[in-house]
Design a protein around this ligand. Sequence first.
Ligand SMILES: [Fe+2]
Length: 366
Amino acid sequence: MQPTPANPSLKQIPLLTASQIARFKRDGFLVLPAALDPELCRQARDAMWAAVATHHPVMKRDDPSTWAPFNDEVSGQLKAKQPEIGGDPYFFTEGHRFYVRNGTEPLMLDLAPRPLWQVAEQLLGQGTVVWPAGADASGMTTGPCFMSDEAVSGLASHGVKETGQWPEKGSFTTEEALRLPRTGPVWSTGQGTRGLYCTLPNSPSPGPDYRRAHSDGVCYGRVRFQVTAYVDDLPANSGGFTVWPGSHRRIWREQWQTFLEGEKYTDDNLAERKADGYNDPVIQRIKADTRPVDCHGPAGTVVLWHTKILHIAGQNTSSDIIRQATIYGFMKTPESLPDPLVTDHTNMDIWRDWSDEVRAVDERQE
Ligand SMILES: [Fe+2]
């Protein structure tokens, strides 16, 4: 599939400066305050509240006292509402979190991934990035997916009905035109954002050991960086995307080493899994020696992050703010990154698949 040029009427976020690229390489993340179109952010907030009104009407936009955590009965009922064509329910909840799977709708694509298109090409290389096309009239999306064990298990856990036709284990080759329902794991094919990931006020503490902090997925695959974008103002300590600076290169190196040593994603019988993304020894070391950073900012703030950075959705200690974020991963096309390179050991060079411009920036030059 050829990447489609961006809609020229969409305003593009300015290209990054060399100093911003240096900071991104060094820290593994970069915050762009209020970078998105405020009108599209407003429309995204309205879309969130429209989904709440439809699926959980006891929660009222103008009354924060109704923004209460979801009990298991409510969450169970919402979880059962799976779309006919497969995929996750459009709206689902768990404790203090709720999710709107609207990530393939044009609004959500025009809000963040598409205005970041020129930045994505700047970082990963012109003509090498998968274009987020969204869903067709039948509600299906089509995009490339590297079928690792992890990707295959993601199809099942996100309600993709055709899962039966895929082998239980990954083929470790790219399915060039994988069709997924619009509320399925469309982040695996670059066709949609994850929708809206929201945290209610007064959410519980992650605990001193940040047990749920993790690095997304496996090291091999096509995603190279992700973006988290806020559609409403997000003050500090209000559930912001929280990262451990510099952890990207440590986890990248360790997971590649582990993969080359032969550990499989499906090896969940191992006493110590070195690359499950949550409890890897390297992650324990990072938590012990690095202070996490809470990425916050006004509506429209974007966090760019290397896909391997250690992260967690922060605690929302506010009493009247709902953390509203959308997340999208930019992927390399099969043409620019053929399968043999996806799992090739030369990927120990963390910037191998990035643009010449990124590769040339010295991360100490900031
Ligand atoms: Fe994550």
